[in-house]
Design a protein around this ligand. Structure first.
Ligand code: AP5
Ligand code: MG
Length: 208
């Protein structure tokens, strides 16, 4: 699944994972947890993630390659935010071909830039489990997560408008060409991300 920042990838991937009983693998989450945990991967990606720049392909591809070897991927998986460039898409095809597997669908959530900006400035995230909230739909109690009780705060890369704009630019320049890449393979599924979260989810289920 791909789409511009704030399109609702994280919001919808949690629902898709639950409905289909598959793991949702978000490279952005893996990188943020690595940074928070102070791991060696975290040290390598911190400068890119916090500035809103793409992490180099090689590092990202190796991270996904390793994650896809886990047992929970055997019956299927959802990738949220990967691939995000044509070289990453080609690498993913190779990784899957080695396992005699292929993608069923490439889902793109579409929203215009002003919707991205509005959603990101209003987004709040549980820094423990990653669940999404927003100023319009806060947790029940005092900015603590409804699910795990963790603190719900703005994401570091949402606090700087220049970092948000950098992410949107890199989406248009580097990620959007994936529409052509997957369109030519006949697996592109486009969904209007400006609808309510429930309606976006219904559209995704029908598209799949
Ligand atoms: P990543 O974590 O993937 O961030 P992103 O691409 O900037 O996308 P977001 O997570 O901001 O948006 P989203 O579509 O998930 O929206 P959400 O559901 O949260 O990547 C972060 C960084 O990691 C990158 O900048 C890069 O450095 C690195 N990285 C990651 N993958 C990489 C890769 N493949 N290659 C290289 N580098 C990589 O929703 C946003 C808000 O809107 C929330 O508040 C939500 O509640 C609200 N909302 C959602 N849906 C709706 C709706 N339908 N109506 C109203 N509000 C809604
Ligand atoms: Mg996300």
């Amino acid at each position: 699944m791909f789409g511009p920042q704030g399109a609702g990838k994280g919001t919808q991937s949690a629902r898709i994972a639950e409905k289909y009983g598959i793991p949702s693998i978000a490279t952005g989450d893996i990188f943020r947890w690595a940074i928070k945990g102070g791991t060696s991967l975290g040290g390598k990606v911190k400068q890119y993630v916090e500035a809103g720049n793409l992490v180099p392909d090689e590092l990202t591809i190796e991270t996904v390659r390793e994650r896809l070897t886990a047992d929970d991927c055997e019956e299927g998986f959802l990738l949220d935010g990967f691939p995000r460039s044509v070289p990453q898409a080609e690498a993913l095809d190779e990784i899957l071909a080695e396992k005699d597997r292929a993608l069923d669908a490439a889902l793109v959530l579409q929203v215009p830039e002003e919707v991205s900006l509005r959603r990101l400035t209003g987004r709040r995230v549980c820094s423990n489990c990653g669940r999404n909230y927003s100023l319009d739909s806060p947790p029940e109690k005092n900015w603590t997560c409804d699910v795990c009780g963790g603190p719900v705060t703005p994401r570091a890369d949402d606090e700087d408008e220049e970092a948000i704009r950098a992410r949107l630019r890199s989406y248009h320049d580097t990620t959007e060409p994936l529409k052509v890449y997957y369109g030519e393979k006949g697996i592109l599924r486009e969904v209007d991300g400006t609808q309510s979260p429930d309606d976006v989810f219904s559209s995704i289920v029908s598209a799949l």
